[in-house]
Ligand binder design. Structure first.
Ligand code: MN
Length: 220
C-alpha cells in the first residue's frame, strides 16, 4: 500500500504525472473515488482505478470495460497510483514509462458492496456499484489466481446484474475532464489539467479531492 513501485518507474523531471508527494485527502468507508483513464500507450488500454487508503488501486483493462451482462474482460492489477492521478490527463513524453496519450475517460463514485473494501481486495472479489458520468451500474472484479502466488495480479472485470447503457461513439472519444478527444489531447501535447484540476472528479462525485490547504481553510 505505498507508491514506491509507482515512483521508481517514473522520472518526474520528464513526465507531468503527479509524484504523489503531497498528502492525499483520504476518504474512508465504502463510497470511493473511481476513475477510468483511456491510455494510448504502446497498446491502447483502459486503466481502472479505485481509491483505497489514500492511493488508487489500479488495473489495466486491455479491451475496455464490459457493458453486456455476463461479459468478462481481463484486468491486470498494476502498481498503486497516487490519488492525484485521478486528475491527470495529457501526454506522457516518448521514452518515459507509459509514453502516450492519457484521457480522463470517466470519473465518479465506486461503491464496494457486500464486503468492507480492504477485505474484498484481499479476498479477491470486489462487487462494485459505479456511479460515473458514463458508466452506471454493477461490475465485479474477481482475482483469477490463488492468493498464495507471488504475483496475484490477474483479475477479471465482469459486467454483472444488468446490461449497462451503451456508450455512444461520441462519448467513447470524449474526456470527462476537458471534453477533448484523444486526437485533441495528443495534438495539444502537455497536460492542461493543472488549470482546472479536480473539476471533473468533484462534479462527478459531489465530493472534493481538494488540496489539504483548502481543507484547512474551510475548517477555520
Ligand atoms: Mn496505462
Amino acid at each position: 500500500m505505498n507508491l514506491t513501485r509507482y515512483r521508481t518507474k517514473r522520472d518526474f523531471t520528464r513526465t507531468a504525472e503527479p509524484s504523489g508527494r503531497s498528502s492525499p485527502h483520504q476518504r474512508t468507508g465504502r463510497r470511493l473515488l473511481f476513475v477510468i483513464q483511456k491510455h494510448a500507450a504502446r497498446r491502447l488500454h483502459y486503466d481502472f482505478r479505485l481509491e483505497l487508503d489514500g492511493v488508487l488501486k489500479s488495473w489495466a483493462v486491455p479491451k475496455g470495460v464490459p457493458v453486456v451482462q455476463g461479459e468478462k474482460r481481463l484486468a491486470v492489477q498494476v502498481e498503486d497510483h497516487p490519488v492525484e492521478y485521478a486528475n491527470f490527463e495529457g501526454t506522457i513524453p516518448a521514452g518515459n514509462y507509459g509514453a502516450g496519450t492519457v484521457m480522463l475517460w470517466d470519473a465518479g463514485i465506486g461503491q464496494v458492496l457486500d464486503e468492507e473494501p480492504r477485505q474484498a481486495l484481499r479476498a479477491g472479489k470486489r462487487v462494485l456499484h459505479l456511479q460515473g458520468q458514463k458508466l452506471k451500474g454493477h461490475w465485479t472484479l474477481v482475482r483469477m489466481r490463488a492468493r498464495e502466488e507471488a504475483e496475484p495480479n490477474t483479475w477479471l472485470l465482469i459486467k454483472t446484474e444488468e446490461d449497462a447503457p451503451r456508450i455512444s461513439a461520441r462519448a467513447e472519444d470524449r474526456s470527462v475532464l476537458s471534453g477533448r478527444t484523444m486526437k485533441q489531447i495528443a495534438a495539444q501535447g502537455g497536460p492542461t489539467w493543472q488549470s482546472n484540476r479536480n473539476q471533473a472528479v468533484r462534479r462527478a462525485s459531489g465530493r472534493a479531492t481538494r488540496p489539504a490547504s483548502r481543507v484547512r481553510r474551510r475548517r477555520r
